[in-house]
Design a protein around this ligand. Structure first.
Ligand code: ADP
Length: 422
């Protein structure tokens, strides 16, 4: 994926994460508040009914001031006009809380105005979960006769009433963690791949200068009359030249791919004669194939106007070279190769066939990927960078051509270039 595309994926990904998180927080808070309000309403009803019960019992009137005061999230004060009996209060509390369907533990204390302190009543364990009594309940100086009730499990019971919210939030947090981790890995990989590209680029550029010096040196050496007379020195000078040329070809290949990726690649479209290009390539490869005891056949129609196409000469030559190089490398021993040019209605097809081991379907789907080398390549100890077919694919795309492979395992492969007619 291109760097820009990755950047946008990450930006949209992060925006999506923030958006989903905000929505989730809003939803959880809303859900919590609804539950809390609903519980508070029921507590208020139960406490009001308890107060009414106490007044009816002692035959007194309601106080004029506010009846119920919420002192904290789970502590309530109830204002009463008379002395309170703990047993009767507990009876009413249990009864009224039960009526509104609240099976929460609660503890209560009654204010003793003589001693000016809260006298602890009882911890009523309704829910059967372990009791959590507090040391004392705080008093409230505003009233004279009152009692306080605390619900230690109020928060946990609100949470308990929203299981779906909790489960969905947990799933969401897990998904978002996974997504964030993926983004982190992508960023890490991107940085690593950028460093790798830069390193390869710098390294190959550094190779170029000494390589051209060696090639110039070898050329001068080979053309000197003294050397021509000395067979042994001549042989070594040729080896230096050949190896330097090979190394230069590899460096060029890597640089070409690097340029392709940097979008610095400009094709020079011109009218090229495929007939000549293929004939020349064939002539160049025949001695190499024959050296290995093989054959390289060519079937091509007579030169004609339809074999003239608009393309980049150098890169078109390179891709046909790459395919033939591969046919030779991965073909049978001895190689039996064929270049077959076919007039296929609207397209010219160049078939490059070999008699190698062939490729599996999985391999075919991957061979045009950068750095891909099938395991067989290594088994036969055939060296390469896995860049040749990647380069072919990119050039073919830029020229509006196509490339496909037909292969049968144990029989051979056929790489087909399809070139639209102009
Ligand atoms: P390289 O040859 O440097 O490994 P390529 O990109 O040219 O890189 O090829 C990628 C892989 O595709 C090779 O490693 C090889 O496994 C497979 N391949 C390419 N051409 C052929 C072929 N003609 N027959 C069988 N396998 C091939």
């Amino acid at each position: 994926m291109r760097d820009k595309a990755i950047k946008w994926v990450i930006i949209f990904g992060l925006l999506a994460i923030v958006g989903i998180l905000l929505f989730q927080v809003y939803w959880v808070v809303n859900n919590w508040q609804d539950n809390q309000e609903e519980k508070e309403q029921r507590i208020n009803i139960a406490l009001r009914k308890t107060a009414e019960g106490l007044h009816a019992y002692s035959k007194t009137d309601h106080p004029d001031e506010e009846l119920i005061t919420r002192r904290s999230s789970n502590y309530y004060i109830v204002n009463i006009n008379d002395v309170i009996d703990a047993n009767i209060l507990e009876f009413f509390l249990i009864n009224e809380l039960n009526k509104v369907g609240l099976s929460l533990d609660f503890e209560y204390a009654i204010y003793d105005c003589d001693r000016d302190q809260m006298v602890y009543g009882n911890y009523c364990n309704i829910s059967d979960s372990p009791a959590k009594p507090s040391a004392e309940l705080p008093k409230y100086d505003k009233f004279e006769y009152y009692f306080g009730v605390r619900f230690p499990q109020l928060r946990s019971s609100i949470l308990g009433d929203m299981p779906m919210t909790i489960i969905l939030s947990a799933i969401l947090i897990l998904t978002l963690t996974f997504f964030t981790l993926t983004i982190y890995i992508i960023l890490h990989q991107q940085r690593f791949s950028a460093l790798q590209k830069e390193f390869i680029n710098n390294m190959t550029h550094e190779f170029k200068t000494p390589l051209s010096s060696i090639r110039i040196g070898a050329d001068t050496f080979l053309s000197s009359p003294e050397l021509r007379g000395n067979a042994r020195l001549n042989k070594y000078a040729r080896i230096i030249k050949d190896q330097a040329d090979r190394l230069n070809m590899h460096v060029e290949k890597i640089l070409d791919v690097a340029r392709l990726e940097k979008d610095q690649f400009k094709l020079k479209f011109e009218k090229i004669d495929l007939y000549h290009l293929i004939e020349q390539t064939h002539e160049r490869f025949v001695p190499i194939v024959e050296e290995q005891g093989g054959v390289l056949d060519l079937i091509m129609p007579e030169p004609s106007e339809w074999l003239m196409v608009k393309a980049d000469l150098m890169h078109s030559t390179n891709i046909i070279h790459n395919l033939l190089d591969n046919a030779l490398k991965y073909g049978g021993k001895p190689p039996e190769l064929l270049i077959h040019v076919i007039d296929n209605k609207n397209a010219i097809e160049i078939h490059i066939k070999d008699n190698g081991n062939g490729l599996s379907k999985t391999e075919i789907s991957q061979i045009f990927n950068k750095f891909y080398r099938s395991a067989k390549g290594n088994i036969h100890d055939i060296k390469g960078f896995g860049l040749g077919l990647y380069y072919v694919k990119q050039i073919v795309k830029l020229q509006n051509w196509t490339v496909r492979v037909e292969s049968e395992q144990g029989i051979g492969s056929n790489f087909i270039l399809s070139i639209p007619k102009v």
